[in-house]
Design a protein around this ligand. Structure first.
Ligand code: PXG
Ligand code: PLP
Length: 439
């Protein structure tokens, strides 16, 4: 047994997206993980219903990944990211574009989803400028969108609490309406109604002129806001309108990438190819920070002009394509392939759908929705105390040995793709019990 000391002073660490005072008064401390489970500091096993934070798609402590990191750390710990290279970053870029839809041919590395978003937005604006179209600077996001927490991402994002405390943000941003319609309640998979909501882009184009708009960024499935599945035909319609007006379409696939919907990317699941894909999380199974922006050849090639000794894109991070992250990424993609995990997610998704919708009729439940290995259960908020009921569900669920996520009064689940039917039964069965005990 490992010696697992627990810290006795929790003050210094200012925790991200956490109710710090509540946490520190009753800490929930994880000390180990393997497969589908976490171990808590008091020795309990917790079934991981969220793949960490939507990132440990292959489950925990996968040997290939662990070994690759160990080996890389001894072999080449760090190589300068600018004006120097190392083989694994190139290899990983090739493997990524092989996985991506046809027409996506290049990878730019970052360290997180947030950085991938900033990078994609900058590439979009610089791409138009490189083609002499420098009036195209406007960026279009969507209400309830989550694109990380940096200034570009919160500007195009639409989660009110992530924006309202932080001043004026980027200028020249508009938002499409979100796609959550009451008539789609209890939808299994993609909802029937709402493709027309994409047409709002025509209104924005009419207002500002297409020649001012650089890009539209959307999550194919909105995750953080509480799981909004795109209505049938909606993404196709967005693709048609953006193409017609020369506007780039960016799919933010930070949570939908790497098998969550049963294919490598959501773009393939929905059969809609964007101009850029942002990803992170499952790229390294969450083990080491890494993100990427995948782009079309057209975008990349627009920069490859002028004297060859000059830098083409004035952008990059100290850790872009970091050797240990690259090694982890390669081993992660190998793990997905060896275990055929994307197909596995696809195969178990119908059982998952049944399980998630079996919660209809339980106390407080006002909607259930699903796609791939994503499920959400929306609760009626307690009058005057929004978010409290779902947060209590999270606390009780943790006490009963399952990890779920909540946002507002919505419970979101996104288990590792290695999940078995017996785990689904335990996860949903325990959640059903929890719902009955809620205030
Ligand atoms: N875009 C999307 C679509 C995301 O879901 C980010 C960007 C930012 O990624 P980083 O790596 O900078 O966090 C995300 C991240 C949740 C949850 O529980 C979701 C995210 C992160 C943490 C929690 O819904 N999404
Ligand atoms: N701030 C300072 C003072 C720096 O020197 C650097 C990088 O050299 C950065 C920020 C950016 O850091 P990173 O490349 O890790 O994003």
């Amino acid at each position: 047994m490992l010696d697992r000391p627990t810290p006795n002073d929790l003050r210094a660490f200012w925790m991200p997206f956490t109710a710090n005072r509540q946490f520190k008064s009753a800490p929930r401390m994880l000390v180990a993980a393997e497969g589908m489970h976490y171990t808590t500091s008091d020795g309990r096993q917790i079934l991981d219903g969220t793949a960490g934070l939507w990132c440990c798609n292959a489950g925990h402590a996968r040997p290939l990944i662990t070994e690759a990191i160990q080996k890389q750390a001894t072999e080449l710990d760090y190589a300068p990211a600018f004006q120097m290279g190392h083989p694994k970053a190139f290899e990983l870029a090739n493997r990524l574009v092989d996985l991506a839809p046809d027409g996506i041919d290049h990878a730019f590395f970052t360290n997180s989803g947030s950085e991938s978003v900033e990078t994609a937005l900058k590439i979009a604006i610089a791409y138009h400028r490189a083609r002499g179209d420098s009036s195209r600077t406007r960026l279009i996001g969507r209400e309830r969108g989550y694109h990380g927490v940096n200034f570009g991402g919160i500007s195009v994002g639409g989660i009110v609490n992530n924006r309202r405390h932080f001043g004026t943000m980027l200028a020249g941003v508009d938002h499409l309406p979100h796609t959550h319609l009451p008539e789609n309640q209890w939808s299994r998979g993609m909802p029937e109604h709402g493709a027309h909501l994409a047409d709002d882009l025509e209104r924005i184009v009419a207002l500002h002129g297409a020649d001012t708009i650089a890009a539209v960024i959307v999550e194919p499935v909105a995750g953080s806001t509480g799981v909004l599945i795109p209505p049938k035909g909606y993404l196709q319609r967005l693709r048609e309108i953006t193409r017609k007006h020369g506007i780039l379409l960016i799919f933010d696939e930070v949570i939908t990438g790497f098998g969550r919907l049963g294919s490598a990317f959501a773009a393939q699941h929905f059969d809609v190819t964007p101009d850029m894909i942002t990803c992170a999380k499952g790229l390294t199974n969450g083990v080491i920070p890494m993100g990427a922006v995948l782009t079309s050849a057209d975008i990349h090639d627009a920069f490859m002009h002028g004297p060859e000794n000059l830098i083409e894109l004035f952008h990059g991070y100290t850790y872009s394509g970091n050797p240990i992250a690259s090694a982890a990424g390669l081993a992660t993609l190998e793990t997905y392939k060896q275990d055929d995990l994307f197909a596995r997610a696809d195969a178990i998704a119908p059982y998952w759908e049944e399980a998630v919708h079996s919660l209809k009729g339980h106390r407080h439940v006002i909607d259930t929705r699903n796609l791939g290995l994503i499920g959400a259960v929306e609760l009626e908020p307690i009058a005057g105390a929004p978010t409290k009921r779902a947060f209590n569900a999270f606390l009780k669920a943790y006490d009963k040995g399952i990890l779920i996520r909540t946002t507002g009064d919505i419970i979101a689940m996104s288990p590792p793709l290695i999940i078995e039917k017996s785990h689904i039964d335990q996860l949903i069965g325990t959640l059903a019990e929890v719902l009955e005990t809620l205030e």
